[in-house]
Design a protein around this ligand. Structure first.
Ligand code: PLP
Length: 328
């Protein structure tokens, strides 16, 4: 199940069969990947973006105990990150570059291709968090040359909790020995051999203990639907509806904090009104399901099932709760 379910994700993110394994969540996948490296040597720098998800940061800063030098590239405005700032931080001391393809707060899209190119030029590897992109934005890990990718299923993949995924570029497998491991990563797991692990030679080497099989069954139909519709069609509709959301917000005088440039905009539109948390609670009471993030605002996320009338409805509801210009 961790591998056959992973195949359903593989076809969404451009990975081949057997190249994606399922885990419980992104935090576990981050721990597994970072446990493959020696952080005590000269190449000890881990470059991450200041828009990355906090769990990832917590794991990276924990690696300082092993000698890692963490360089978090600060976003000038908390919402975007100019590419040059990321590229400038990646140097010969860099072992791993971690990047959120689409930032969770602002839905800002980072240039994964350029980051991979720069990292590979200096001999560093790239770990992409695709949580906010896979299923809404076309991603092709194979074509991009990304070394590791992870994400989960609570958002665009519609698979629910407990179903995170991990992609590792196949050419890297022989050189990676995750210290965070378990019996299912053994070459012969059902021999239950004691002592040091003899790793499986395929992607099973990135498994650990007993997988959460029921969560994987419950996640599969979401991936099947996304595969069936196709991410290109989903993206085309998403761009149209996020544009519509911003136009309606402009008309209502509500402050939009998302990127207007469609190339830099993920699937979420952020509207920043005062008391956004309370407004979001009232929206939920009115059965309008959006989300609020401190430092950003109200996140509205139309997907393949969202009707245009719902897009218009959410803006008129925010306007009626928050008032003109977002002032309640
Ligand atoms: C970019 C990103 N990474 C990771 C996560 C969640 O991590 P985990 O699967 O460990 O709960 C989220 C959830 O919002 C996210 O947006």
């Amino acid at each position: 199940m961790p591998v056959t379910t992973g195949n359903l994700i593989g076809s969404i993110i451009g990975a081949g069969p057997g190249e994606v394994v399922m885990h419980q969540n992104v935090s576990i996948c981050q721990s597994i990947v970072t446990s493959c490296f020696d952080w005590g040597g000269a190449r000890n720098k881990l470059v991450t973006d200041g828009l990355n998800f906090p769990s990832n940061d917590y794991i990276y800063y924990g690696l300082q105990r092993q000698g890692a030098q963490v360089c978090s590239v600060e976003s000038p405005d908390g919402m975007t990150l100019p590419l040059e700032l990321m590229l400038d931080a990646i140097d010969e001391q860099t072992q791993l570059v971690s990047v959120s393809h689409v930032a969770f707060r602002s839905s800002y899209v980072q240039d994964l291709g350029a980051i991979v190119k720069r990292a590979h030029e200096v001999g560093a590897l790239v770990f992409a968090d695709l949580y906010q992109s896979a299923g809404i934005l076309p991603v092709d890990v194979g074509a991009l040359g990304v070394d590791f990718a992870t994400g989960g299923s609570v958002k665009w993949l519609c698979g629910g909790p407990g179903a995170g995924y991990l992609y590792v570029r196949p050419g890297l497998l022989p050189q990676l020995q995750p210290a965070a491991t378990g019996w299912m990563a053994h070459r012969h797991p059902f021999e239950f051999e004691p002592g040091p692990i003899d790793y499986a030679t395929d992607s099973f080497r990135f498994l650990n203990g007993t997988p959460n099989v029921p969560a994987l069954y419950s996640a599969r139909s979401g991936y099947e639907i996304v595969n069936k519709i196709g991410v290109s069609a989903i993206r085309a509709k998403s761009l149209r509806q996020t544009q519509r959301l911003m136009e309606r917000a402009d008309e209502a005088g509500l402050p939009v904090r998302s990127c207007r440039d469609p190339g830099k905009r993920g699937g979420v539109v952020v509207i920043d009104v005062p008391n956004g948390k309370e407004v979001t609670r009232e929206l939920a009471r009115r059965e309008v399901l959006v989300d609020y993030r401190p430092g950003a605002g109200i996140r509205i996320a139309p997907h393949f099932y969202t009707a245009d009338e719902e897009v218009d409805h959410v803006i008129s509801q925010i306007r009626s709760i928050a008032g003109a210009g977002g002032n309640a």
